[in-house]
Structure formats: C-alpha cells, structure tokens
Ligand binder design. Structure first.
Ligand SMILES: NC(=O)c1ccc[n+]([C@@H]2O[C@H](COP(=O)([O-])OP(=O)(O)OC[C@H]3O[C@@H](n4cnc5c(N)ncnc54)[C@H](O)[C@@H]3O)[C@@H](O)[C@H]2O)c1
Ligand SMILES: CC(C)[C@H](C(=O)O)[C@@H](O)C(=O)O
Ligand SMILES: [Mg+2]
Length: 362
C-alpha cells in the first residue's frame, strides 16, 4: 500500500508533519512518498500540480493532503494558482464524494461560539458533492454584457450545472451513509431559485424511494445556514452540492470548536481517497508553529479506515486524540480558560505519546 503525502503551503507542511509522525508510530509498513503541490510546486516547477505529483497521486492507494494557497499567488492566472492543484486532484482522481464529519468532542463544548447545550453531543456528517456544480461548469470567463442592467459593460460568468448521474451517485452515497447512522438525510438546495437545484432535489427524491428505511427531508441553503447555528443537532447526514457544501462545512466546523478540528475524506468510485483537513493554508498563522494539527491527524485516521482497510489503527488515532483533549491540551484555536496552550509540535507529540501509551501531562 502506498500513501502520497502532499503537504502543500502555509500550515500544510506543519500539520502534515504531525500526521506523518502519528502514522509512523503506528508502524503499519505503508510506503509514503512526499511531493510538492500548490504554491510550493509552482515555485519549484512553474505549476501547482506538476505531472509528477499527479502521477504519484494516481498510482497511490491514498493521498494525505495538507493545504494550498497564499495571498501572494492571488494575482497569478487562474490555472497557475495553488488552489487549482486541489481542484485538479479532485477532478483527475474523480473524487466526487466528500465526507466532512462535524463532531463536537465533549472536552471542546466550551470552545465553540455556540451555547454548550446546542452543541454537546453534536455529530453531523456533511456529504459534499465535489467534482461538479459551479466549480467545474463550463463556460466561464469574462465577456462584454449583451443584456442585463448594463449592456456593453465588462462582466464575468460561471456555469452552475449537474448531470443526472452525478446527482444520483452522491445521493446514493448519502443514503448508504445514513443507513449506518440514524437513517436520516437532509438534502440542501436552492430549488426555489435555481434550476440546477430543482433538478438536484427531484433526483434526490427519486433516489430516496430506493431507501424507504431512510427519512429524507429538503431544506433551502439559506435556511440550512440558519438552522445550523440555531439547532444543529436537528441534522444528521446532510447532502449538498459543491459550493453549498464548501460554505456549510466551514460553518459546521465552528460548531465543533474550530476549523482546526474538521477532517475530510474525498473518495472516488473505487474507494481511492484524498484526505485533508477542511481548512486552508492559514497564511495568517503559518510558520509560527501554532496551527492545530488535529484535523489532519483525524483525516489520517479516516484514510486508514476508508482507503487502507485499517479500522483498528484508525480507532487508535481517534482515541489518542480524545485522550489528549481530555488531558487538557489545546492549540490556540481551541484554547479556553483552565486548559494548557500548546503548539503544533507539542500537540503531535501528545497524540504520539497517547498511541504509545506514555503519560500525557496537561
Ligand atoms: N483545501 C485547501 O487546500 C484549502 C482550503 C481552504 C482554503 N484554502 C486556501 O487557503 C488560503 C487561506 O484561506 P482562508 O484564510 O480563507 O481559510 P483558512 O482555512 O486557511 O483560514 C481561516 C481561518 O482559520 C484559521 N485556521 C485554519 N486552519 C487552522 C488550524 N489548523 N489551526 C488554527 N487555526 C486555523 C486561520 O488562521 C484563519 O484565521 C487561501 O489561499 C485559500 O484559497 C485552501
Ligand atoms: C481551496 C478551495 C479550492 C477549496 C474548495 O473550495 O473546495 C477549499 O475551500 C475546501 O473547502 O477544500
Ligand atoms: Mg472550503
């Protein structure tokens, strides 16, 4: 089994280093090969997703990914921007099913900006479609407006689209996932305005008939954003399109205390997967050794479970994370009065220690 390790930019290198140490200590005999991606690859090879990196990702059983991006690349032509690397990997590997579990650990109830009673015991699974929607729709670009309020003006446009098979397969992923949980799916759309999402809603409803044991409801995305902070525990499995899923998963992250706690798995139809924290390269804290590595470490656990058939090793990581939190260790993003503030490295050390059963001191 082979893992492609792609740390990327900013805090990506810091947090992936900790996840790799955690994998190393489990001694699972996987081959790990590291490659450049994002801004780092652009600097070295002139492209954010060099052929060699894509080839490595394709021939690996799983990809462990950090994050890409930095404000300094924002003026580059779009195909050369770091973010195109993660979009290119998703597209080229066909990683259409993105799992973003938002779980509020008991110890972090006080770290969320919401009242404890709203989030204690929270366990939501956001399933985001990842290779369609306005992210990949063509045509897109700049042109001169021919109609609208300002004919003749410069304008920009993107295309929102989904095909039937794309919606059917992500709906099935959601219903199957719900069968292993509390048998409830909420589909998030904007069918009241957008034809793409009326189509989405109709197809999810049709597929739902194949799963009579799973309760399905539909909610508009604006209401979903509100309900997520009003009564988040009403949700269980949430399925939605690429853009709404991007936004709602960042929102859900804050229910768990910090975006630094939200792992993700992006799978294709042969269970090959890319595993990454849901957050970005955090240029504001990069290089300071303060980023929370737990989302990436928990992504490595998802990798062991989903792509590498090592559920016991995955459970060891998850249990180690719980122990570290129970011992009161916190990076700055989840710190609260009475807990011990630690850096990225110390947090990684503590997870490694918990796995190897050394005493953790809070
Ligand atoms: N998959 C990816 O690679 C990915 C995802 C999101 C954003 N990005 C890119 O990252 C760059 C920064 O974007 P942004 O600032 O909008 O989002 P971000 O997720 O990088 O950061 C948002 C905020 O959360 C904080 N944060 C994020 N991860 C953290 C962690 N592990 N520990 C502690 N705090 C953390 C940051 O310090 C920042 O204040 C952009 O170039 C963006 O395109 C990449
Ligand atoms: C960096 C960007 C392309 C990416 C996305 O929008 O999908 C990120 O925000 C994410 O959530 O993984
Ligand atoms: Mg995002």
């Amino acid at each position: 089994m082979k893992i492609a390790v792609l740390p990327g930019d900013g805090i990506g290198t810091e947090i992936v280093a900790e996840a790799v140490r955690v994998l190393d200590v489990l001694d699972l005999k996987f081959e790990m090969e590291t490659a450049l991606v994002g801004g780092a690859a652009y600097e070295a090879h002139g492209h954010p997703l060099p052929e060699s990196t894509l080839k490595l990702a394709k021939e690996s059983d799983a990809v462990l990914f950090g994050a890409v991006g930095d404000w300094k690349y924002d003026k580059l032509d779009r195909p050369l921007r770091p973010e195109q690397a993660i979009l290119g990997l998703r597209k080229n590997l066909g990683l259409f099913a993105n799992f973003r579990p938002a779980i509020c650990y008991e110890q972090l109830v006080g770290a969320s900006s919401l009242k404890p009673e709203l989030i204690a015991g929270l366990d939501i699974l956001i399933i985001r479609e990842l290779t369609g929607d306005i992210y990949f729709g063509q045509p897109r670009g700049r042109r001169t407006a021919v109609d609208g309020h300002f004919p003749g003006a410069e304008e920009a446009f993107d295309t929102m689209r989904y095909s039937r098979p794309e919606v059917e397969r992500i709906a099935r992923v959601a219903f199957e996932a719900a069968r292993k949980r509390s048998k409830r799916v909420t589909s998030v759309d904007k069918a009241n305005v957008l034809e793409t999402f009326q189509f989405w809603k109709d197809i999810v409803t049709e597929v739902g008939k194949e799963y009579p044991d799973v309760e399905l409801d539909h909610i508009y995305v604006d209401n979903a954003a509100m309900q997520l902070v009003k009564a988040p525990k009403k949700f269980d499995v949430v399925v939605t399109g690429n853009m709404f899923g991007d936004i709602l998963s960042d929102e859900a992250a804050m229910l768990t205390g910090s975006i630094g706690m939200l792992p993700s798995a992006s799978l294709n139809s042969s269970n090959q997967g890319l595993y990454e924290p849901s957050h970005g390269s955090a240029p504001d804290i990069a290089g300071k050794g303060v980023a929370n590595p737990l989302a990436t470490i928990l992504s490595a656990a998802m990798m062991l479970r989903f792509s590498l058939n090592q559920p016991e090793a995955a459970a060891r990581i998850e249990s180690a994370v719980q122990q570290v939190l129970a011992a009161g260790l916190r990076t700055g993003d989840i710190w609260s009065e009475g807990t011990k503030r630690v850096g990225t490295r110390e947090m990684g050390d503590a997870v490694v220690a918990a796995i190897t059963k050394k005493t953790i001191t809070g």
